[in-house]
Design a protein around this ligand. Structure first.
Ligand code: FES
Length: 111
């Protein structure tokens, strides 16, 4: 089973998870209660983490991560809610302040 190391609020939390686990789903059922997250759908960026080790074990960023994180992907940032944990990984949610890009108003909102 993959091991997850999560740095958050000055703590290091280590847990084993099932292969293909989603950490936001696990946070929702209280197995990662400190994990920061919001929408769970790749829209709010509250779950943003920086991958410290094991990035090679993750799938390539999907279109939601590319849209929300842009150049930050190259610095190791990922949306935790979009990750499927395949193998050991170490991530941090310490000192991360990513905001979602400004949304363009749709034609109906401008009326
Ligand atoms: S929880 Fe909202 S983007 Fe991941």
């Amino acid at each position: 089973m993959p091991k997850v190391k999560l740095h958050i609020d000055g703590e290091l939390i280590e847990k084993e998870v099932d292969k293909n686990a989603n950490l936001v789903v696990l946070a929702g059922i209280k197995q990662f209660p400190k994990l920061k997250y919001g929408c769970g759908m790749g829209r709010c960026t509250r779950c943003t983490c920086r991958v410290l080790k094991g990035a090679e074990n993750l799938d390539e960023p999907n279109w939601k991560e590319k849209k929300m994180l842009g150049d930050k992907l190259e610095e190791g940032y990922r949306l935790t809610c979009q990750l499927s944990i395949q193998d050991d990984i170490e991530i941090t949610q310490e000192n991360i302040s990513i905001r979602p890009p400004r949304r363009k108003k749709s034609v109906t909102e401008m009326k």
